[in-house]
Design a protein around this ligand. Structure first.
Ligand SMILES: Cc1cc2nc3c(=O)[nH]c(=O)nc-3n(C[C@H](O)[C@H](O)[C@H](O)COP(=O)(O)OP(=O)(O)OC[C@H]3O[C@@H](n4cnc5c(N)ncnc54)[C@H](O)[C@@H]3O)c2cc1C
Length: 433
């Protein structure tokens, strides 16, 4: 049996894993990244809508997203160079969020004002004037399409918040590849088709074993396995002290031609529409992506085995998505057949990620990203480096959580907010976080 060694093993080469690898390699460690898949970003990262917004429920989450956005906006600086194979691009696009029952974001807006996040409030008339392609009717609560009340007239008019300086990354898989390229320049090595099947440990972690029989010895192992990360935590035997659970949730996203007046080059926004239980964002080239905000009336499809998830969308979910979208955008013409994909979120009990150490010294986790952490990938790597450095130097991160100073604002982010042992955070209990 071949045995190799490294200072740190990162399990998973998604956008978060590559970012962790980059920052650990920058710290001078010899990093080996192992991924059972074929390429960086080929896991759930490749399915991401890659939206960058600042609309979160908790102050640390808002500040994290705001800090990370500056890294996307100066991507070459963040990477330390220009990847000759192409660079992912931050595309600016405003974020329109409707105020509706159960979604009154006044606390969040107070934070936005404090951090200098540019936004404006739109009353019903201003909403109609700025976004004439959208029906501004209030339909809450979201309903299944076979509910006769689905077709009811609205019971009022919506108001909204329009946030500027938001956007999306045009190619999420390329973003992961960019991070992998930058990590390699600091000496990191990547092994694809390399599945971790066992964890070597005694009272501390010793390394990992791969399906091909090889072992990698390391005193630091970071679990960034996306929807497989709960399985990996079980393999390591570290779940007992976690107060926050996480598990894979199936998600379907659809792509349609952007209806007139909603496209990127027509001033279209990406819209968080909790009123109808959906989000949608325009894409370059005239298309529109449509996803769900997990309204109470929709059954959530939890998946026991992430390898057992069909990548194809279902007609039922597609029809619901199409009719909800048509409700909000009356000029939309439903296509003949579904175009889209099905992937997985790794969802935490409170829809907040876990960036933390574990009960096993040397085993760390960056997981439970809950469908909303693509945007935070650049800063998540830095969070993990701060935690790894502190813990490996003997600091008790559980008792005295490490804090991180955001380079954009100089403000402090309490990394205890992402602890595996936190009290459940109060959030929207949805992908909005
Ligand atoms: C449909 C969809 C839409 C989304 N939209 C947004 C959005 O608009 N904005 C936003 O901020 N976030 C969004 N997200 C969330 C975001 O994309 C994810 O949080 C992020 O991509 C997760 O990256 P990751 O590196 O943790 O996981 P992944 O990209 O899933 O990578 C995990 C890797 O681990 C590997 N792996 C697993 N098990 C093993 C093993 N045993 N051995 C070796 N390798 C292993 C896998 O092969 C995989 O490559 C969305 C997610 C989805 C699915």
């Amino acid at each position: 049996m071949t045995t190799r060694s490294a200072d740190a093993v990162v399990i998973g080469a998604g956008v978060i894993g590559c970012s962790v690898a980059l920052e650990l390699a920058r710290s001078g460690r010899h990093v080996v990244v192992v991924d059972r898949g074929p390429a960086a970003g080929a896991g759930t990262t490749s399915a991401s809508a890659a939206i960058i917004r600042y609309s979160y429920s908790t102050p640390d989450a808002i500040l994290t997203a705001w800090e990370a956005a500056a890294m996307w906006q100066a991507w070459a600086d963040h990477l330390g160079g220009v990847d000759p194979d192409g660079m992912a691009t931050f595309v600016e696009c405003p974020n329109l969020t409707f105020r509706t029952t159960n979604y009154e974001p006044d606390d969040m807006l107070a934070r936005w004002r404090e951090y200098g996040i540019d936004h404006e409030e739109l009353d019903a008339d201003a909403l109609g004037h700025r976004f004439p392609a959208l029906d501004g009717g209030r339909y809450f609560p979201p309903k299944p399409i076979d509910d006769p009340a689905f077709a009811d007239d609205p019971d009022g008019r919506l108001t909204a918040v329009l946030c500027h300086g938001c956007g999306f990354v045009d190619d999420p898989m390329l973003a992961a590849k960019n991070l992998a390229w930058a990590a390699r320049r600091h000496g990191a090595t990547f092994r694809f088709g390399a599945e971790v099947v066992a964890v070597d440990r005694d009272e501390v972690v010793r390394g990992v074993r791969l399906a091909d029989g090889t072992s990698i010895e390391a005193s630091i192992v970071v679990n960034v396995g996306g929807p497989h990360s709960a399985h990996l935590n079980r393999l390591a035997g570290v779940t007992d002290d976690m107060t926050i659970g996480h598990r894979p949730l199936r998600q379907e996203v659809f792509v349609v031609p952007a209806p007139p007046g909603t496209g990127l080059d027509e001033g279209g926004a990406f819209v968080a529409d909790v009123d109808l239980g959906q989000y949608f964002r325009p894409h370059p080239g005239g298309s529109m992506m449509i996803g769900s905000t997990e309204p109470d009336c929709d059954e959530l499809v939890w998946v026991d085995d992430p390898d057992d998830n069909s990548p194809y969308p279902t007609v039922e979910v597609w029809e619901t998505a199409m009719l909800r979208f048509a409700r909000r955008v009356p000029d939309f013409r439903v296509p003949n057949a579904p175009t889209g994909l099905a992937s997985l979120y790794d969802v935490a009990d409170d829809w907040v990620p876990i960036y933390d150490r574990s009960s096993l010294h040397g085993w760390f986790m960056a997981c439970a990203t809950s469908g909303n952490q693509f945007k935070n990938a650049p800063i998540a790597g830095r969070f993990m480096r701060s935690i790894v450095d502190a813990v490996m130097n003997g600091h008790d991160h559980d008792a005295d959580p490490v804090s991180f100073t955001g380079p954009r604002t100089g403000r402090t982010i309490d990394l205890g907010a992402f602890s595996r042992r936190r009290t459940r955070a109060t959030t929207t209990n949805s992908v909005l976080g």
